[in-house]
Design a protein around this ligand. Sequence first.
Ligand SMILES: Nc1ncnc2c1ncn2[C@@H]1O[C@H](COP(=O)(O)OP(=O)(O)O)[C@@H](O)[C@H]1O
Ligand SMILES: [Mg+2]
Length: 292
Amino acid sequence: MAGDERAGADVPVFEARRLTRTFRRSGTGGRVIARALDGVDLSVRAGQRLGIVGESGSGKSTLIRVLDALLPPSSGEVLFRGRRIDDASASRLGDLRSSVQMVFQDPRSSLDPRMRVGDIVTEPLRSPLLRGRADIPRDHRERLHEVLAQVDLEADAADHYPHEFSGGERQRIAIARAIAPRPDVLIADEAVSALDVSVRAHVLNLFAELVRGGGLTLVFVSHDLAVVRHVCDSVAVMRGGRIVESGPIERVYGRPEQEYTRTLLASVPRLRVRPARGGHDEMGASDAGSPA
Ligand SMILES: Nc1ncnc2c1ncn2[C@@H]1O[C@H](COP(=O)(O)OP(=O)(O)O)[C@@H](O)[C@H]1O
Ligand SMILES: [Mg+2]
């Protein structure tokens, strides 16, 4: 961990203030076709494992794209470790880019099909000048084998191409690539949503293991509340571009304040029927706090 960690311990990793984001029909003058964010306030502490849930179209992906400076907000402020990034110069984005890694829903589009897995996973370790050229240096190769083992892939996976792997394996490759540079923050957007149920449990357990030590800050977006419960300690519920409810998982899932949250929870029957158990079942789920 970095030596300056203590000084920044109580500064949130991310802070969003009154964020809005609209989408307009072609160009800035066009009619507003979507109000994707409509006044979002959010704070993410170091080491927090925040789930963002909500129905499709509620603004989850837009929110994390704005947090990661992939998309500018229409108004409002985004701070990364206390510094504005919504109006950011490239130098300020450097800290963000070196500290935050993302995992997306579809590894097919996030993994370059022409690159071998070894190059894909070690690419974030390389200086931009060497990308796609030099052989993998020895220390990168060591890290490569470490992270492949962490996601339960054989070392020889490094020599193969993405299309040679199953969907679940490809998502594990994407996770290996994301954790290779030892990011402080991992942002996942529907990272297990495209996977079969059995594979999903495996990948989900990987996420749970990654954050178990507590050093990693996780922002985990999913429309599936059962998935979020498995890896997060707190949750923000989105609807129509707003956060309508947030708090510790136990509280929000056990005693939801909003009818909307209750409706979302009701559509996850698994959460209600599973008895509390110490061991790991399919979702590793224990009791939701308020079995019906
Ligand atoms: N590039 C875009 N152009 C136009 N509308 C968009 C764009 N991206 C998102 N939207 C709209 O913004 C709203 C929120 O979308 P999104 O953030 O993707 O929601 P979620 O991830 O929760 O499903 C939706 O109404 C969506 O159609
Ligand atoms: Mg989305």
